[in-house]
Design a protein around this ligand. Structure first.
Ligand code: HEC
Length: 160
């Protein structure tokens, strides 16, 4: 029979591992920062039921996409989700040099990382941003953007 002295640390280790895995599945901060919204351009609106989404990015990114060039490093894309006229949440994507290196290949979305901010601009620590990445991975042909294809048509009035 094993000594109880040995068994206890094993149980402690196992539960620490479970806690770690649980933590990884939920809370997560990463390199994404909350941008200065005033510097961004609202290029398209998506409406779905009671949700109105204003999607915006930098003037430089808009120029780059129009020229068929890659979005510059440091670019933010923001989806402001409004419900009943109030900000419900901010979805932010930011691209940075080498940021893809933070993730294993299966999760990577180029050099872009994702974050969910609450209306007070605090990170929603109960979201796992791997979910954002797994859905946006399907847009690998357009810099992981769903609405990037609308940018070339943008001429100052948000495209609906
Ligand atoms: C199930 C798929 C799915 C998931 C999960 C998802 N998105 Fe998206 N995302 C979309 C779609 C589709 C759009 C285009 C707008 C629309 O149709 O509502 C979009 C648009 C965006 C945009 C605007 C730029 C673009 O791609 O057009 C940002 C920023 C964004 N999402 C961030 C996030 C963040 C942050 C998360 C996780 C907290 C997330 N998304 C999770 C599907 C998804």
């Amino acid at each position: 029979m094993k000594s109880p002295r040995l068994r206890f640390p094993l149980i402690a280790l196992a539960s620490a591992a479970v806690m770690l895995v649980g933590w990884q599945a939920l809370a997560e901060s990463n390199r994404v920062t909350f941008p200065t919204l005033e510097k961004l351009v609202h290029y398209t609106t998506v409406r779905r039921g009671n949700v109105t989404e204003h999607i915006m990015t930098t003037p430089e990114a808009i120029e780059a996409v129009k020229k068929g060039q890659p979005v510059p490093s440091g670019t933010h894309f923001v989806l402001v989700d409004y419900r009943e006229g109030e900000v419900f949440r901010y979805f932010v994507m930011e691209k940075g040099d080498g940021w893809g290196g933070d993730y294993e290949a299966a999760r990577k979305t180029g050099d872009s990382q994702f974050q969910w901010f609450k209306p007070d601009r605090i990170i929603n620590m109960s979201e796992n941003t791997a979910r954002c990445q797994s859905c946006h991975q399907s847009q690998s042909g357009s810099e992981y953007l769903y609405t990037g294809y609308r940018i070339p048509r943008f001429n100052g009035t948000p495209i609906e």
